[in-house]
Design a binder for this molecule. Structure first.
Ligand code: DQQ
Length: 540
């Protein structure tokens, strides 16, 4: 339906058509980034899942390849579900994935490239002894899925973890293996959190406490913290927590029980699910991929013939300044898409005003913004006992002394459509400031078959730090990062008027007392080449 074709993104990863969900088995091999994904060959809603495959030199421009794996065995005939890659010391790759069997039992399977000399890894072979793991006693046959990348133990074995649940407790089972064919289950679990339900797509990886380089999944030591991430099937969000991993027992303990997995911090406060990291040995970094679903209706998805995009891959590092969260940032390669820049230096936005920014067409943008509040107002403003939260507030129309202020993206001339991305600062008892970072979809579209929520969260701001945001705008997706990536929000929005040349970018300050000084760099963004597969181009 060409009426809706503008909703397709220009530099986010998308298949040509149909439904896509989780990222699978990302890896770097012989000069190529490989990306696999859950895909429905038959329509724009979830079902009949197989593995799509694409390759890239830079995580931005992609060439689609033939399907990597289809549902052709009794042990995956109901779906080739999510899995992860492990690169062995000799450079060989093993892929573990979940199959939904002919009886809809969730089992784990092994696959490997047919030809390790083929840098495109076009053909995949399923191991003849599959499945290599079936649900253990006590685990529901539909509660056993999404094996992680393996890491090496000092006992000379590989270890993986697989999400599950026991009653309402989310858990992650642990297995050791020498050859990826036979496994031994460890006693106990990596971790368990009551009330969090089924853990999908568990991720487990080290981050350095001292360096911004990423770590290979097997690295451990005194300078290392370990992240556990679970995708909660019950609330469809990705939660992570920082903690300590004990190799001997295969257990992990959170630094702070109050922000344990599933009850504390999220990677993203918008739409972001089933994410997975990989260690990129090419650039010594850890890269996070996340599936960004739709917030329109299934009907609309079927009309437009596709659903979902992948977020711009993000580097993840430990936040050494706060010590209590990760920093997520779009991979640097996305900056190669930057075209013309418009610079705004120290623009004053008075309380209760808007200021259109002359940046040309505003549907493909990379925005870097800094905001400073009026120091006198910060000192003199009365303390309040307001308990603020983005999602229970009235969005950008909720006025306080010190916010909201920020940007209206994908706005039309008359502001009948607009998506505010903003900060809200509150001076609490004792004179402490709390800062929140929110995105308001309530006026993002005049269409009514779309979800219109206000999302966002608290963002840590340290003394003497300016407020800063990075926002990637790409037609129907807005990815927003505050304070260097401490808090992120991904929104899917469906404007009908604020499209192509009619889309505007506008500064706003809806605070009642403080003025705001904003400095911005705004780049027009080029489109990425995301080329369909044509057999002629890859055959000899
Ligand atoms: N998606 C896959 C499952 C996984 C879920 C099926 C998460 O393996 O648990 O498409 O979105």
């Amino acid at each position: 339906n060409s009426m809706l074709s503008w909703q397709r993104t220009a530099f986010h990863f998308q298949p040509e058509k149909n439904w896509m969900n989780d990222p699978n088995g990302p890896l770097f091999y012989k000069g190529w980034y490989h990306f696999f994904y859950q895909w429905n060959p038959n329509g724009a809603i979830w079902g009949d899942i197989v593995w799509g495959h694409a390759v890239s030199k830079d995580l931005i421009h992609w060439l689609h390849l033939p399907l990597a794996m289809v549902a052709d065995q009794w042990y995956d005939i109901n779906g080739v579900w999510t899995g992860s890659a492990t690169i062995l010391p000799d450079g060989k790759i093993v892929m573990l994935y979940t199959g939904s069997t002919n009886e809809s039992v969730q089992v784990q399977n092994l696959a490997y490239p047919a030809d390790h000399n083929d840098p495109l890894l076009t053909k995949w072979v399923k191991y003849s002894g599959n499945p290599i793991l079936v649900p253990p006693p006590g685990i529901g046959y539909k509660d056993f899925r999404d094996p992680t990348t393996a890491w090496y133990t000092s006992q000379g074995k590989w270890r993986i973890t697989i999400g599950s649940k026991l009653n309402k407790t989310g858990i992650s089972l642990v297995y050791d293996t020498k050859d990826f064919k036979t496994y031994e289950q460890l006693n106990g679990v990596l971790h368990a959190v009551p009330g969090t339900g089924m853990w999908e797509c568990v991720d487990f990886y080290p981050v350095s406490k001292t360096s911004d380089k990423g770590l290979d999944t097997s690295v451990n030591g005194p300078d290392v913290k370990h992240v556990v991430k679970a995708s909660l099937d019950d609330d469809r969000n990705d939660y992570y927590s920082l903690g300590t991993y004990e190799e001997k027992t295969g257990k992990w303990v959170p630094d702070n029980q109050k922000i344990d997995v599933g009850i504390g911090i999220r990677y993203d406060y918008g739409i972001f699910y089933a994410s997975k990291t990989f260690y990129d040995q090419n650039k010594e970094r850890r890269v996070l991929w996340g599936w960004i679903g739709e917030s329109d209706s299934e009907n609309a998805d079927m009309q437009k013939g596709w659903a979902s995009v992948q977020g711009i891959p993000r580097t993840v590092v430990f936040d050494k300044k706060t010590g209590s969260n990760l920093l997520q940032w779009p991979v640097e390669e996305v900056e190669k898409l930057r075209l013309s820049i418009t610079d705004f230096d120290k623009v004053e936005v008075k309380a209760g005003s808007v200021l259109p920014l002359q940046v040309g067409t505003a549907t493909q943008l990379d925005i870097v913004a800094e905001f400073e509040l009026d120091k006198k107002v910060l000192e003199s403003v009365a303390e309040s006992n307001e308990v603020f939260s983005c999602n229970t507030s009235a969005g950008a129309s909720h006025r306080g002394a010190l916010g909201p202020f920020g940007l209206l993206v994908l706005a039309d001339e008359t502001l009948s459509e607009q998506t505010p991305v903003y900060f809200y600062v509150a001076k609490g008892p004792g004179g402490n400031f709390d800062t929140f970072f929110c995105a308001d979809q309530t006026r993002s579209s005049v269409a009514n078959d779309v979800k219109k929520k206000v999302t966002g969260s608290y963002v840590p701001v340290l003394k003497d730090e300016k407020l800063s945001a990075r926002i990637l705008v790409d037609h129907s997706i807005v990815e927003s990062f505050a304070q260097g990536g401490r808090t992120t929000i991904t929104s899917r929005v469906y404007p009908t008027k604020a499209i192509y040349g009619a889309a505007r970018l506008i500064l706003f300050n809806n605070a009642t007392e403080t003025s705001v000084t904003a400095s911005l760099k705004v780049w027009q963004m080029n489109s990425a080449f995301i080329r369909p597969y044509h057999p002629d181009e890859t055959s000899n």
